[in-house]
Write a new protein. Structure first.
Length: 347
């Protein structure tokens, strides 16, 4: 089955080789255009590995990309021409554009992240993720790779993998179908495509691994913040409980004090009422005595007025009585009433 698939791939490859003789329209505008685009692909991959990174992984990636660049530069015009005819122009350029767009998105996201999170507005209680500790001892950066970048790399991986499968199939089948020494072109192209596949695979694995570490640091920070907030809420709840108890105690004391004040005021009003009643009783008695005294005095005056001149006398008790104890000096008048010389017995 494998040999049959290899033979089929070889036939496809031979059809591509014969395409110019059949006046087929080439996929690329020129072989040089394809070489330039392939170099752009390698440049884009190089940008994925910072030159400042001297880790074993980064050094190995730069070496692999350099080797592929040398292999592509070493391809003769005929080999490059056949390589271009095995590569779909639209899919290849779209793949490179996707990778470049991922680079741009990463830069934009870094800038947006810095612009949207000014330190002056961050609350002290919130702990930021410790990215430096999370990637310590690894070759990872403290800046995550954007989803757009990884997506573009995966699209490139799928495109390159399809090209590698065809070239490798032709390379494997050529000796059996055409004989030894006839597989130089397809095997060379397969080596280049396989090299790009290895680089992309390694980049994607490395970036996803690093993103996982940074995501873990973010989750740790969130968990720490949640624990801190939980502790703060617990402390606030205790404080509010204490404040509530204190307020309740103050209100209880105030209620007791107001009750005592109310009782005191009630007692004062009761005492005042009793005092006023006593005063009114005393005043009533004084008014009654004064009225009685005034009545007795008036009767004495009337008696004097009704007594002939020379016979008038004041009843001595009138001068010392205080009211109800005063004598009624007209008590002896006849039933018809007092009149001149008829005012009752004189004292």
């Amino acid at each position: 089955m494998k040999k049959w698939l290899g033979t089929l791939a070889l036939l496809v490859f031979l059809a591509i080789l014969l395409a110019p003789s059949m006046n087929a329209q080439p996929t690329w505008n020129s072989t040089q255009e394809f070489r330039n685009e392939y170099m752009r692909l390698l440049d884009t991959l190089s940008q994925r590995v910072p030159s400042s990174d001297e880790s074993t992984w980064a050094v190995d990636m730069r070496r692999k990309i350099s080797d592929i660049r040398q292999q592509v530069n070493g391809l003769s015009y005929p080999m490059m021409d056949q390589f271009s005819k095995m590569t779909d122009r639209q899919a290849f350029t779209k793949m490179i554009d996707g990778l470049a767009a991922g680079d741009s998105a990463t830069k934009n996201e870094k800038f947006a992240a810095k612009a949207s999170l000014p330190g002056a507005q961050r609350q002290a209680v919130i702990a930021t993720p410790d990215f430096s500790s999370a990637v310590a001892g690894t070759t990872c950066s403290t800046t995550p790779t954007s989803a757009g970048t990884i997506d573009g790399e995966k699209i490139g991986l799928y495109v390159d993998r399809g090209l590698a499968v065809v070239a490798q199939g032709v390379c494997d089948a050529a000796p059996d179908v055409l004989g030894e020494g006839t597989n130089t072109i397809p095997c060379g192209l397969a080596a280049i495509a396989n090299g790009v596949e290895v680089v992309l695979d390694s980049l994607i694995d490395h970036q996803e691994f690093c993103n996982g570490l940074l995501d873990g640091a973010t989750q740790d920070a969130i968990l720490g913040d949640v624990i801190n907030v939980h502790s703060d809420v617990g402390a606030l709840d205790t404080h509010l409980t204490n404040v509530n108890n204190q307020i309740t105690s103050e209100f209880t004391a105030l209620d007791t004090h107001l009750t005592n004040v109310d009782n005191h005021i009630a007692a004062e009003f009761t005492a005042l009422d009793a005092h006023l009643v006593a005063l009114f009783t005393q005043l009533t008695g004084q008014i009654s005595e004064a009225t009685a005294l005034l009545g007795a005095d008036l009767k004495q005056v009337m008696k004097l007025e009704l007594t002939p001149e020379g016979l008038r006398k004041i009843v001595p008790a009138i001068l010392t009585c205080t009211g109800a104890n005063c004598p009624n000096v007209l008590a002896s008048c006849p039933a018809a009433g007092c009149a001149w010389n008829n005012v009752g017995p004189l004292p």
